[in-house]
Design a protein around this ligand. Sequence first.
Ligand code: SF4
Length: 295
Amino acid sequence: MATALTQLTTRKPAWLKVPAPGGPNYLALKHLMRDLQLHTVCEEAHCPNIGECWEHKAATFMILGDVCTLNCAYCAVAHGTPAPLDRHEPVRLAQAVERMGLKHVVITSVDRDDLPNGGAEIFAAAIAEIRRRLPATSVEVLIPDFKGSERTLRLVVAAKPDILNHNLETIERLYRLARPGGRYARALELLRRAKAMDPAMLTKSGIICGLGEEWDELLGAMRDVRAQGADILTLGQYLRPSGQHLPIARYYTPAEFAELRRLGREMGYRHVEAGPLVRSSYHAWEQVERATAAG
Ligand code: SF4
């Protein structure tokens, strides 16, 4: 397996081809997002699943603007100086969730290291507003590392999301190259602290495959995340957003993803979502059901 990992390839395999989006729900959602001036990671990150997810009325909302203070080498989201904080965003977001009739909602954000609390109170306000309007809807947050601040993390955990996700993104060796603004140990510490703060809350993380990691390094990172008590893990293929981003070191086959899923379950994860097109929020509504059932 490790030898195959070093193989470099540029041709997109057939299993990564997806139909172009354009169904009625997709178009309606696109209209709704513009109407309420909301951003989604589905659009900003050029997610290949947008046609499928939006047709199933599943979207990942991106709060705190659409400009990130980090500049990760694999990410398509714009970086630079963000706009001022919009305190009305949680209400508009909850309105969208209500109009879409979502049973599960995923909220993420750009990194806002320019703000004292990294925007944590907006996450908390969004969770509270959704709970107020739609008590039966489960809420998943995919949060930044808040520069390692335990106090800031507590603001989000105290709002009681059903799932708290923080992506490890890559193995330790590749952090400097791929994620220079992040820290491997800090990401693990966040997952450990979140579980300690609320053991009943599901915690989740994800790793991008194909940035240059070796098979054993990938398994090592999966074990590191599991050692922090994480319940859910997502593993998906890295797709280069543009020629300015890191090249794809290799494509994993569907059989390799199946093997990673098996190994992850063996490590003790309640649920592992692994596949070429898997993203943190891919089939998230099913992930919560499966992880809860496995508990
Ligand atoms: S996988 Fe996540 S980011 Fe991609 S379209 Fe689906 S909900 Fe959006």
